[in-house]
Write a protein that binds this ligand. Structure first.
Ligand code: XUL
Ligand code: CO
Length: 445
């Protein structure tokens, strides 16, 4: 999974060399200690399992500004006055970064790759028409591919009441017009997936909201988007990215289980899968592995937005992932689900407001990729060489034969259970041995 190094006319990260694998003893923060793309893990090169992607929005658009202060981050690729030149400079910086990092993929919102003009959809389409072929050239020259594209239908004030769930049809139609352009760009750039994160698809107050109608409009929007993309040659997967809240009080795509129910209710299961984001999982009161497992069990584990939250506060901090124990558990689930087909691991993560050196963005991604690789190496050891798979299987052994097996095969009624219960006397339940499982994981990480 090596990518060719191409630079624009100018270099935006002059002091950074391509990131190399130096092995676990290296102390160089600009080298991989665990992520060796060619290393075979669970029967396949690590690079093919991971399919790492860099997120355009946090890495090349996010300027460190927050509600309390002005931007902090030097971003020389945003200086040009002409919007198309600015977008090209940004693309040059992005592709220089991605190729030096050695990530095979990137992801974008339409408004990341080129700035949105004031109001005109036609002008936005003209700008998109200028930047998409440029990105195609950058992709062809570097070998970097598009993991997924998406439309930003939440930042512009016109979407303050939602996009496809907006109470005003004119705004829904405007959202659809913009969505078509994002789908066209994704197809033109060979995107393997198309993401729907329900930006403001939810409500702030039920008093002014017809939730039933809004959810039906949302499903209709997804359906016609799917139909349009398929009719125009898109063969990839559509991903829904669950999130419980923020920016609305209650998002309709609350968590994996909610989205699976929604897809089933509106007959969208065949074309859609889930994009699970770690920080969204924790906002929903779950864990990242929980959301992965719910998706995998439904056969809908599509892609991952990699990041982490902060245990002390309840918002989407989008920090880079660093916890190898959590990631070992996550990689066990990803391996057992057979990995990703159209998806991958996209760093939907941002460096902190006070991380302002050009190398900070590299260090963050290198550590994130290493954390996932370390998790993957541990997961392989746990799955293939530890007591855990056998212990977990043995826990359910009473369903492998006799009455337990008959129960699983729908052969027992409630009267049968009543009879068995009378026949067996009082039972001493077996220990769940959670601490033993945890100590085994720890031994392998
Ligand atoms: C927002 C979020 C988005 C989506 C893409 O929390 O995760 O960046 O990943 O729209
Ligand atoms: Co995300």
């Amino acid at each position: 999974m090596s990518t060719k190094l191409t630079l624009g006319s100018k270099t935006w990260f002059p002091n950074i060399d391509p990131i190399a694998y130096e092995g676990p003893d290296s102390t160089n923060p600009l080298a991989f200690r665990h992520y060796d793309a060619a290393r075979v893990v669970m029967g396949k090169p690590l690079g093919e399992w991971m399919r790492f992607a860099v997120a355009y929005w946090h890495s090349f658009c996010g300027n460190g500004g927050d509600p309390f202060g002005a931007p902090t981050r030097p971003m020389p690729w945003t200086d040009a006055v002409d919007p198309v030149q600015r977008a090209k400079d940004k693309a040059d910086a992005a592709f220089e970064f991605i190729t030096k990092l050695g990530a095979p993929y990137y992801c974008f919102h339409d408004t990341d790759i080129i700035d949105e003009p004031g109001t005109s959809l036609a002008e936005f389409e003209q700008r998109m028409a200028a930047i998409v072929p440029y990105l195609k050239e950058k992709q062809d020259a570097s070998g970097v591919k598009l993991l997924w594209g998406t439309a930003n239908l939440f930042s512009n004030p016109r979407f303050m009441n939602g996009a496809s769930t907006n109470p005003e049809f004119a705004i829904l139609a405007r959202a659809g017009g913009q969505l078509k352009g994002a789908i066209d760009a994704t197809i033109a750039l060979g995107g393997e997936g198309y993401v729907f994160w329900g930006g403001r698809e939810g409500y702030l107050s039920l008093l002014n909201t017809d939730m039933k109608r809004e959810r039906e409009h949302f499903a209709r929007f997804l359906t016609i988007a799917r139909d349009y993309a398929r009719a125009n040659g898109f063969q990839g997967k559509f991903f829904i990215e669950p999130k419980p809240c923020e920016p609305t009080k209650h998002q309709y795509d609350f968590d994996a289980a909610t989205v699976i129910g929604f897809l089933r209710e509106f007959d969208l299961l065949g074309d859609f899968a889930l994009n699970i984001e770690a920080n969204h999982a924790t906002l929903a009161g779950h864990t990242f592995p929980h959301e992965l497992q719910v998706s995998a069990d439904a056969g809908l584990l599509g892609s991952v937005d990699a990041n982490r939250g902060d245990v002390q506060n309840g918002w989407d901090t989008d920090q880079f992932p660093v916890d190898p124990i959590e990631l070992a558990e996550a990689m066990m689930i990803i391996f057992q689900a057979g990995g990703f087909s159209n998806g991958g691991i996209n760093f939907d993560a941002k460096i902190r407001r006070n991380s302002t050196d050009p190398e900070d963005l590299f260090i963050a991604h290198v550590a994130g990729m290493d954390a996932f690789a370390r998790g993957a190496l541990a997961a392989e050891k746990i799955l293939t060489g530890s007591e855990i798979p056998g212990m977990r299987k043995a826990r359910y052994a009473s369903f492998d034969s006799g009455d337990g097996k008959a129960y699983e095969e729908c052969g027992l009624s409630l009267e049968d259970l009543h009879k068995i219960a009378h026949g067996q006397g009082e039972i001493t339940p077996a220990s769940g041995r959670q601490e033993l499982y945890e100590s085994i994981v720890l031994r392998h990480v």
